[in-house]
Design a protein. Structure first.
Length: 207
């Protein structure tokens, strides 16, 4: 059966392993996931499941969503994500908890990174600054943007100042440290993308 879950990032802390070493971990609350739809090679052309996370009021769901969730026999969910892979034996309405993972499993964590607003080229792309003394009037600008007579324009793809963060980020090769099914908690070694309270997607790392 495949492995995947949605959860809410609660923050970071540290735990001690069996050897007494300190391990930094991200705590993820993943106790309200339910299978909404099971897709198979025969009916849909590929194997996958749709997992819903966090209940939402019936008034907040539109008619197509209400029909989709009613068909599965579950209450409307705020977030709906598809996990590819062979989920043989899974049924709509089945609750998925953090115990789908075991300590030592390698996973991929995906989430929306913290937005940092408008940023210059130095902060956003790691550019070097200009000289700060000797009458220099160039300090933190992006530098030369294009050639002179030819092509007389800025080529596409140039690294420029702009909106930084607020995009989907995935981190692979993370390790599950502990699983607490009773409290619905998942402890992942290291940092996971996104702010506190953000929704993260945890799935088995196939790399």
């Amino acid at each position: 059966m495949g492995k995947g879950i949605l959860g809410k990032k609660l923050g970071m802390t540290q735990v001690f392993d069996d050897e007494g070493s300190v391990v930094p971990v991200t705590v993820i609350q993943a106790d309200s996931c339910v299978i909404v739809q099971v897709k198979t090679q025969k009916t849909d052309g590929y194997d996958a499941v749709q997992i819903g996370f966090q209940e939402k009021s019936d008034r907040a769901a539109n008619m197509p969503e209400k029909g989709h969730f009613k068909r599965a026999g579950v209450e409307p969910r705020k977030y709906l994500t598809e996990f590819r892979g062979d989920w043989s034996g899974a049924e709509p309405g089945e609750v998925v908890g953090p115990d789908v993972f075991s300590p030592g499993d390698r996973v991929k964590a995906s989430g929306i990174s913290r937005g940092k607003g408008f940023a210059g080229a130095i902060k956003r792309h790691g550019f070097s600054r200009g000289p700060m003394t000797h009458g220099s009037r160039y300090h933190r600008g992006p530098g030369s943007l294009g050639a002179s007579a030819s092509p007389s324009r800025v080529l596409p793809g140039r690294k420029l100042p702009g909106r930084m963060g607020g995009g989907r980020v995935s981190v692979r090769g993370l390790e599950i440290v502990r699983v607490d099914p009773e409290r619905g908690l998942l402890l992942v070694k290291g940092s996971v993308p996104g702010p506190k309270g953000g929704v993260v997607q945890i799935e088995q790392d196939g790399s």
